[in-house]
Write a protein that binds this ligand. Structure first.
Ligand SMILES: [Zn+2]
Length: 405
């Protein structure tokens, strides 16, 4: 497909000119939020008539805002005429996703046609501070644009994923794994650095968004994501929408107490699920036993090669995770629970004990349920980069909606 390049920010200019309810504006918004689709799907998604969609799409094609991608797969399958997928012109603009991890920062650049173009991880070590990392982030972004031969002037917005609840105005309420970031307005911090609209959200909400857009929850309107990594987090999607709670604190499964006399958690509570189901402590124990620093990836590799200690610690974390899932299950009874975070890379070593504990502690037992009424527990599609991809999703969802400055 021949695509001529667009003047910078043309798409933004068009959106500013159009009324939000104008068909062309709705087409742009839906394609930005949901990615490529056929004209019939566009009509369904917007509720507009096919003829109205055709007219709007033709105008947008003339302006080079919307392009056609021949649906090669369908034509290969030979089901009559090849279907046509409409997408936003990849040259219509780009977005950056940033995930602030416990000891590294992941960055990805994507275009408006939902393609991920370039990705980089900056390794930092624990407890990095905002002022130390912004120059490095900017430098890495500039390098990613240079190597992808893209103009950074086409950047439409930046999405930031961070551990801990984020207030709607962008303030991180609790530091989570990044204590020095608590109380900081992530949105204004990054807006100053990039001079573009910034949308910040909790990492588990971002993970849920990525699984909905591109992963294991496509077309699923009710599910729970349960993240197990150095911390434990989660998100609830109900009726296709993230449940945020009044202050952005919904789905913080890691800080539900499972032992009122348990040890003190960093949140001030006692016996939080995170103390038992995250992999922070097991890694310390493994490092002590092996007399070297063992990373999460190494711990999983050890378990896979049969190391009894690593196997035991992963199984124990899985069992505690399953106990937590049973509480969630008893309250929400979701059809699908996706397990994310790097621990999910352990696969069945983690999931078998987890399913077992869930079955044991949940109110409803599988034996009394039809297969289709049972909660499915499985690994998400992007366990180690769901939050990063979801940060891009924040921009695709919101950058072209009026009122996001
Ligand atoms: Zn806690």
């Amino acid at each position: 497909v021949e695509i001529t390049s667009l003047p910078e920010n043309k798409i933004k200019g068009i959106m500013e000119r159009l009324e939000g309810a104008a068909p062309a504006s709705q087409v742009i918004r839906v394609l930005s939020q949901q990615g490529g689709m056929s004209a019939a799907q566009l009509a369904r998604a917007t509720g507009l008539a096919r003829s109205t969609i055709s007219m709007a799409v033709n105008d947008l094609k003339a302006e080079q805002i919307v392009v056609e991608l021949a649906d090669i797969q369908r034509s290969v399958q030979g089901a009559g005429r090849p279907g046509t997928t409409l997408t936003l012109n990849p040259d219509a603009g780009t977005c950056i996703g940033i995930h602030l991890g416990i000891e590294d920062i992941q960055i990805v650049v994507a275009d408006m046609a939902h393609s991920f173009l370039a990705e980089e991880t900056i390794s930092l070590g624990m407890d990095y501070e905002p002022d130390d990392v912004l120059p490095a982030i900017r430098k890495t972004c500039a390098a990613l644009y240079r190597t992808s031969k893209l103009p950074m002037s086409g950047l439409l917005g930046v999405g930031v994923s961070v551990s801990g609840p984020v207030r709607p105005d962008g303030v991180l309420l609790r530091g989570g794994i990044l204590p020095k970031w608590a109380g900081i307005n992530i949105k204004s911090l990054f807006e100053t650095a990039f001079r573009r609209p910034v949308i910040a959200d909790n990492e588990s909400n971002c993970a849920a968004l990525a699984e909905m857009k591109w992963g294991a929850a496509r077309g699923v309107s009710d599910f729970v994501i349960f993240k197990m990594d150095m911390g434990v987090g989660g998100a609830i999607v109900s009726n296709g929408k993230l449940v945020t709670g009044v202050a952005g604190g919904a789905g913080e499964f890691g800080h539900v107490s499972i032992n009122p006399e348990g040890e003190l958690c960093r949140c001030g509570n006692r016996g939080c699920l995170e103390l038992y189901a995250s992999f922070a402590r097991p890694l310390k124990q493994l490092s002590r036993v092996h007399k070297r620093r063992v990373t999460m990836e190494q711990a999983i590799a050890l378990a896979e090669s049969g190391d009894a200690g690593a196997l035991r610690l992963i199984a124990d974390a899985g069992a505690y995770g399953g106990r937590g899932l049973a509480m969630i299950g008893t309250i929400l009874n979701p059809p699908l629970i996706l397990v994310g975070g790097r621990m999910a890379l352990a696969g069945d070593l983690l999931l078998q004990p987890m399913r077992h504990a869930h079955a044991k502690h949940a109110l409803l037992h599988n034996a009394e349920l039809n297969p289709e009424s049972r909660t499915v527990i499985r690994v998400g599609k992007f366990p180690e980069r769901d939050s990063l991809l979801g940060a891009v999703g924040l921009v695709l969802d919101q950058a072209l909606v009026k009122g996001v400055s």
